[in-house]
Design a binder for this molecule. Sequence first.
Ligand code: O7M
Length: 221
Amino acid sequence: MSEIHRKTGVILALDVTKKEEALLISKEVAGFVDAIKIGYPLVLGTGLSIAKDLSKIAPVIADFKVADIPNTDRLICEHVFSAGCDAVIVQGFTGSDSLMECVKTANEFQRKVFVVAEMSHPGGDYFFTDAVSKEIAALAKKAGAFGIVAPATRPERVKELRAVIGKDLKIISPGVGAQGGSAADTIKAGADWVIVGRSIYGAKDPKAEAEKIKKEIEKLI
Ligand code: O7M
């Protein structure tokens, strides 16, 4: 288990599907990212045991967007944390009892929960309307989550959601690069980390790309 500390402001979204590639890229970019986010593509491709391998390189965030009844959520979270993941990403629209069960389970394992407040793709604000996103962000705070997920493709929303949660919770923001968002604009709007996938793992030189984003963020400090 390791803590997620902000040094670079970058989280790698490792959506490759082969173990060798996942390990190679992670080792290459290790100095330029603060955590590695794994999700269905990699875990379905390699098995959940990849979490332990990657946790030797950087803290691991399990992006399963957990969205079920409290009992099922607890079973999923227990599995994820036992596998060596340092944090889990869950949905908040399931309601406070489901969310609180995830946070309770995370606390038992001394791990963290991030709650999706709004999604980054063009259709992402269709159901995650302004009012709903803000309500989910407020619920994440009330439930004791570590942070929320907010869209780098809409920095103005990051700013508004930051105003809802205050300084205590972290914001991680996907949508930089391949989806059109800017790392600098997202951090300026109040995100703690940008989540970057294809721009890094799909680059000819993932290390150079990760370093470029890290430097873009460093310039703001
Ligand atoms: O940089 P990309 O676009 O290749 O990858 C972005 C990653 O962030 C990818 O793993 C997505 O599944 C994830 N993501 C979004 O792109 N948008 C969202 O709204 C939410 C997520 C996410 O990480 O949810 C927790």
